[in-house]
Design a protein around this ligand. Structure first.
Ligand code: ADE
Length: 226
């Protein structure tokens, strides 16, 4: 069982990506627990303020320390967290290796950034790891948190069946996935390779590996370096 607490000013953004398909099935099976926390519940004053102007001047707003400290410390009083992750474009780039690592943890907090970012003191005091999902800027960390949560969930034992096995996903063995086909074997003259219909599973495995290596060499030679 893995528990993920996601802190956000727009928790509704997480409802759909984390409420369907494999992630929902994992929740239904009791293999993962996902809680979202609306940071505005911890906001300051009658307007439940969570952001403020940047000290020193400059455009945009910064998320304040008090609501985030209150929310995270409240959670940490209840249980020990293995990681407190801040989703931000300047974090470490997320990859399958990181997904594998996180899927072995028990309790994870994810903090979604908004506006110009969060007060630096939060990053120094509370955050244990900073993750980016790519070199582009999203309007907030929610979609990134959903991406990371999805990638983690499918790796939790029991979440997906042998047929869907996560072990054959792209990246899991350091290679991109080989091509796949389904019926019909002939569509308007476009044929499935004969070998895949032959029933010779040893040869099929060899073909898949060759194809995976070829595609990886063509598209992502950087993956073959390690
Ligand atoms: N928040 C905004 N952009 C992001 C990104 N690329 N990755 C993670 N969190 C983000």
């Amino acid at each position: 069982m893995i528990r993920i607490d996601i802190i956000s000013v727009q928790p509704a953004l997480l409802d759909s990506p984390l409420g369907h398909s494999i992630v929902q099935r994992a929740k239904d099976k009791g293999l993962i627990d996902i809680y979202t926390h609306n940071l505005k519940d911890y906001g300051i004053g009658p307007h439940k303020q969570v952001d403020d102007y940047v000290y020193g001047g400059g455009a945009g707003m910064v998320m304040r320390v008090e609501p985030i400290f209150a929310c995270i410390r409240g959670l940490q009083k209840e249980r020990d967290y293995d990681e407190v992750i801040y989703l931000c474009p300047d974090g470490q780039q997320f990859d399958q290796r990181e997904a594998n690592k996180l899927s072995l943890q028990k309790n994870i907090i994810m903090l979604c950034g908004h506006y110009k970012g969060i007060d630096q003191r939060i990053r120094e005091e509370l955050i244990t790891s900073e993750i980016s999902i790519g070199d582009y800027v999203l309007s907030g960390g929610e979609l990134a948190a959903a991406v990371v949560t999805d990638a983690i969930c499918r790796l939790v034992p029991g979440v997906i069946s042998d047929e869907e096995s996560a072990l054959t996903d792209s990246f899991q063995d350091g290679l991109l996935a080989p091509p796949v086909y389904t019926r019909p074997s002939d569509f308007e003259g476009m044929k499935v390779p004969d070998l895949l219909l032959s029933g010779n599973f040893k040869k099929i495995e060899e073909w898949r590996l060759e194809q995976a290596e070829r595609i990886t060499r063509e598209r992502r030679p950087d993956l073959l370096k390690d």
